[in-house]
Design a binder for this molecule. Structure first.
Ligand code: FES
Length: 106
């Protein structure tokens, strides 16, 4: 499934993820600027903050409790569609997912 990462300037980077891979690890593998994923996805760094485009918010599911706490501390202002990308696993249904990368994180 493809993931589209959009930076604050509107530049898009399309990454081919594998099913089961997180939105964070696909970005790190492809070198997408602004997604650092310092903790490797164990919910302790908050450097994988993205904002999920509205049309995909329902599909990516709910924010978990620990994720919720950490999002408050993440770099970049938290918005209603903010998520930690290490907590979003790709599935074929999510193909074409579009996320915005906060520019503070770049
Ligand atoms: Fe550290 Fe997501 S990679 S919280």
């Amino acid at each position: 499934p493809k993931i589209v990462y959009v930076d604050s300037g509107g530049e898009e980077r399309v990454v081919d993820a594998s099913a089961g891979e997180s939105v964070m690890s696909a970005a790190v593998r492809a070198g997408v600027p602004g997604i650092i994923g310092e903790c490797g996805g164990c919910l302790s760094c908050g450097t994988c903050h993205v904002r999920v485009r509205e049309e995909y918010v329902d599909q990516v599911g709910e924010v978990g409790d620990m994720e919720d706490d950490l999002l408050d501390l993440a770099v970049g202002d938290r918005q209603v569609n903010s998520r930690l990308s290490c907590q979003i696993q790709m599935t074929s249904e999510l193909d074409g997912l579009i996320v915005d990368v906060p520019d503070e994180q770049v």
